[in-house]
Structures are given as C-alpha cells and as structure tokens.
Design a protein around this ligand. Sequence first.
Ligand code: FCB
Length: 464
Amino acid sequence: MQRCRRVTQPDENMKGREGKGGTPFSTDGFLWGVATAAYQVEGAVREDGRGPSIWDTFAHAPGKIANGENADRTCDQFHRWREDVALMKELGVGAYRFSLAWPRVMPDGKTLNPAGFDYYHRLIDALLESGIRPCPTLYHWDLPQALQDGGGWEARDTALRFGDYAAACYRALADRVSQWFTINEPQCVAYFGYETGDHAPGCRRPQDVFRVVHHLNLAHGLAVRALRAASADGRVGIALQQPLARAAGRGEDDLQPLEAKLDKQARIFLDPLYGRGYPDSLAARYPDRTIPVREGDLEVIASPCDFLGLNVYFRETVARDESGSDGFRTVQSDFPKTPVQWDIDPEAIEANARWVAEEYGSQSIYITENGCAGPDRPDADGRCRDTYRIAFLDQYWNSLRTAVDAGLPIHGYFLWSLIDNFEWNHGFGPRFGLVYCDFDTLERIPKDSFYHYQRHIAQSKGPG
Ligand code: FCB
C-alpha cells in the first residue's frame, strides 16, 4: 500500500476549513466506533511477561522509523485504559476496535502466558460496564519475534500457531466478546513486510510474498474455524484494506493497471475467502512466485465469515507501468489532500462497499477504519482546533450515508483513531486521533473533532 509511504510533513493547506456538518443517520442499530491497535497504543512492552514482537525489533533497528522513534511507551493505554474508556463513554461510541498483542498472550508465539490476558480482562470489563462493545482484532501486525525467528509468515507453521493463539483468545474472552476481527490489512503485512521492507520484519523478498499471503489467508481461515468450535454466538470477519483504485487516465488502456492492482492487492485475498480460489491471472503475471496451497487449505480459507471489514481512506491512482511485473504504479492525483498528503476521496467509502457487495455478495460490511492525520497541536488556550479533520469527516460520513441509503449492507463505522498514536514507520509525526496525546506528559486533550463526532453520533441515533 503506497499510501503508508506517502505520508510527508504536514502542511497548512487544510487550515481554516470548517465542516458544515455531515447529515446525521437515523439508522437504528448502526454501530459507531473508534479503532486502535496494540503496538500503536499500548506501550508497556516488557510488562506482565510480554515477549518481543517484530515491531519492537524493527523500531529499535537504526533507520527504520522516522526520528528513530519506537512504541515502547506511545500513549500508554496499557496503564491509562480507565481514562481512555471514560473518553469513549463521553464520546458516545457503541464499539471499540482494538487489537490483542499476540506476544503479550504468548510471549514466544506458542506458550500461553495467562498474565498476558489480565490487561484485556480489565479493558473488556470496563468497556462492557460503559456499554461499549469490545471488538478485538487478533492480529494487527505485531508477530512474536520468536515466530519470526522460525520463519515468520513465510513459514506455514506460523499460520498453524495463529489458529492455536486464536483458540486461546476465544477461551479467555469469548464469554464477553461477541465480535472478532482476525487479521488487519494482510496486504500491508505481506507487501510492506516482505516486498518493500518498509514495515516489520523489513524483508525484501518479492519471490516469497505470495507464500506470505497464502499463510495469512490460511491463518484467517483457521481462526474462523477455531471460533466456530469455541463459541456458538461469536461473529467473526477480517479487516481488509480498501480494494479499489482509480485509473490515471480515461482510455481503455487505463483499465489494465486497475485490474492488475485488484488482482495483486484485493482478489488474492477476497477470492479465496469467498471460495473462488486464487485468480488465474497471478500465475501468468508472476511466474516466479508460487502459492503453496495444500489439500484442504482452500476449504479452510473459505470458512464462512459473518461480515467483512474494510479500512477505507482513499483510492490510490494507478497508471500502466510495464517496467516491473506488477504492470501498474501509483501516481500523484490532483485530488485535494489532507495535511499529510493523502487524497481526500469521500466517495471511496461508497465505491468500495458497492464493489465488494456486488462482486462477492457480501451481506454485512463494517468500515473498520477511516480518518485522517495532521500536525495537530493545542493552541495557547489549550483547545485543539483540527478543523481540517471535521471537514474531512463530514464528507466521508455523507458518502457513508449515501451508501447506507442506497441499501448497501454497511452496519458500522470505526473511526481511526481514538487517540494520537505511533504511526508505524512514520513514528509520532502524523496524528490521527480525536484525542490529542502529549507524548511527554501523556496528557489527553479531546480535539474539536472529538466533540464533532460526539454530536454526530448523538444525532444519528434512531428514535427510542
Ligand atoms: C491503517 C492501519 C492502522 C493505521 C492507519 C492510519 O493502514 O491499519 O494501523 O496505521 O492505517
């Protein structure tokens, strides 16, 4: 996903744009939430027996993260969960999508560390007491380092271990958790982790990347099966990155790179998930890459899910490029930009939801991430005026409403993110939170957008 690499220094081009107020929903039962991920918010990387993850290793290696930063402490939700749950209650969200840290629960990836669940017990109980649905993601990129040492996602064993880890999480938490996400954006895991090397574990082995994809798909399927065995009423799905891109031009020729990108970044996950196996076109385009499918794998991967999660920020613009095997490359668009130069593309929500609903017949979709980042900082009066975020959100919520009104089966929306956090290889520069975090004092200050979302949720509740 090119966009992760395109975050640049914030600029001023969105300052002063006031939001006009996204039209409220009146959809009963629509789930409004916020999202975070363990490595980005927890900190406490050595507490309660947590083992190292690939992100600890990567962040501490020289030159990998902007300004040499790491998430050893980040916004310290591990200790400040009470404050953060109180903020979510004040915000009025109905759900919190967070992730469980595999190395906390199984420090070596295999051996259960019961103390690793203590933190999640506390967090989940507090959420439930506040009327907020806990929606954990099992894997948001922090693989135990010990499993990386044994081959990481290139090794089939990691997928099998993931099935065991998922079962342990369900045993510990399924009595209070009813909605689960298996893996967050496997696209980033595979292509940033093993092709470009921008993310942990930082490998550049394109010839192995489909092997990684297959093991991620298999891991997802095993986790779905483990939930069916553990809980009669638990619901489960995956959180994928937005599948759609835009063509740089309008000619017939411009559709080809779009198709090539869809195959590599969307269909390679969605097709097997929906029981279609892998797209044939991959073998033709990438003859040197193998997908190590064994008997029974495709059935496991196609284990029926209850919903599909889509993280939607914008659609990349792609042009034809025959210099490499992909056949496409990402190019600059003339779309308006957020302060970190991501495209502002509100129709991305409706377009992506429509595409998966029509292509795959998805019956239930959650927008599992959406939001934007900027150089937010409180003014002298202590108030954080993130007007560009309010304008951004209003436009995206309108697209969401259009999609729901058009009958697309979108059942919830999680805003990324509750609070400023560690943005992977970009460190602490891009601030995505509704709540400002002072990373020195750990003070939390709700931004203007926090109150804007609060109003939006309150107005969007159906009568009664
Ligand atoms: C997504 C990631 C999430 C966060 C947002 C901005 O790709 O899933 O962790 O970094 O982007």
